[in-house]
Design a protein around this ligand. Sequence first.
Ligand code: GLN
Length: 485
Amino acid sequence: MTLYDLSLTELRKQLDAGEITSEQVTQEYLDHIAATNENINAFITICKEEALADARAADQRIAAGKAAPLTGIPIALKDIFNTTGIRTTCASRILENYVAPYDATAVAHLKDQNAVLLGKLNMDEFAMGSSNENSAFGPVHNPWNTECVPGGSSGGSAASLAARQAVATLGTDTGGSIRLPAAHCGVVGLKPTYGRVSRYGVIAYASSLDQVGPLARNVEDCALLLQAIAGFDSADSTSVDTPVPDYTATLADSVAGLKIGLPREYFIEGLDDDVRRAVDQAIATYKSLGAELVEVSLPHTDYAVACYYLIATAEASSNLARYDGVRFGRRAADSKDLIDMYTRSRAEGFGAEVKRRIMLGTYALSSGYYDAYYLKAQKVRTLIRQDFTEAFSKVDVLLTPVAPTPAFLLGEKTDDPLQMYLSDIFTVPVNLAGTCSMSLPCGLSDTGLPIGLQLVGKPFDEATLLQTAYAFEQATEWHKQKANI
Ligand code: GLN
């Protein structure tokens, strides 16, 4: 077994015992990334020198007996997190050479522990997409089958893990962008409750939905990452000041007697047979562990995709107004006047999907249409949130598929945005409700592609969510399946 096959917890033991150094591990990762990135395209920027310097600093801390859980652990970040001195592109031409003057709070937390930053990961431009095909740096390829998409928008964050190019990564999830790629790449992803992790220094897509979260190769590693980044931040007015529990302390608690809800609206016609079979098996596993499975209803599920794509695009149109060639990023050359400069900078800088979203969102917010679209969507959002509150008055956790199908072929849906948006049908309701959710491996399709199980927890109850996921992981072998790279 090579060093890059070890999980975070396994590496931690070996680092602390002095059997290996972070520098050795980091070098092995860098070599492996160099050998595999051409096929996968998960990294936009590889931080070779910085990573080795981080590793040496970590080794000193470990030698001094002051290691934190992530000290010396090679991680990587979706290229949406601001990092001092390292470019943050958001996979867009408009920010191709943008270097932020400060670290996002989540990044600062990782640096406090002396984690090693291997690089910045590919994604859909401005996190808009479900397949990672909307990147100015080219699509990411799924390590399980390089002709398939890895899922999006945090495609690089999931594919890099499946390709063993990082121990753990951070992503963001606005409508499924952590869970969908985690499902398609056979890794674990967690979208925390809105407000649980600071969004400060994370490039905004849809501010009422965006949330930062970890991806890792198993549940325990995911818990350790969440522990590092969760908590109140006065720099983010939407971060919530509520205590962060010790997530690993309750991880191994039994799920016997736990009430798990199966929302009837998520087990519908059109669900792929392999997905259905894998999720049914997961349900049987939980029954055998003594959990109580209960049917529940989330009656407004049908409206979630429409509601999401109105609210997300409206917020995006407003957030992306700042990229006008004046302050951040690309400025078109040889403009006639100011308006020409704005227009050309944006026309050259944004990709097709981002332009589509800006136009949809601007339309939904425009005078005369605001009430019919944006305001209506906000009212529907309240109904969707109430569905979850009602369901959680009866059960502790919800169980559903993550996506209606396993990973599809690159190019399969690029000409049909509506089909692409429907990939998010089971993930967007959670963001609209603002609660927490995970994706974990629960099977393989007939063609050998990973299938994800979605668990949804009560607001700020990531501890029960992780505990429920851990019980499944202990009872099954799916997280041990590996892409052949
Ligand atoms: N696929 C969804 C979108 O394109 C979700 C993306 C995300 O969560 N960032 O908006």
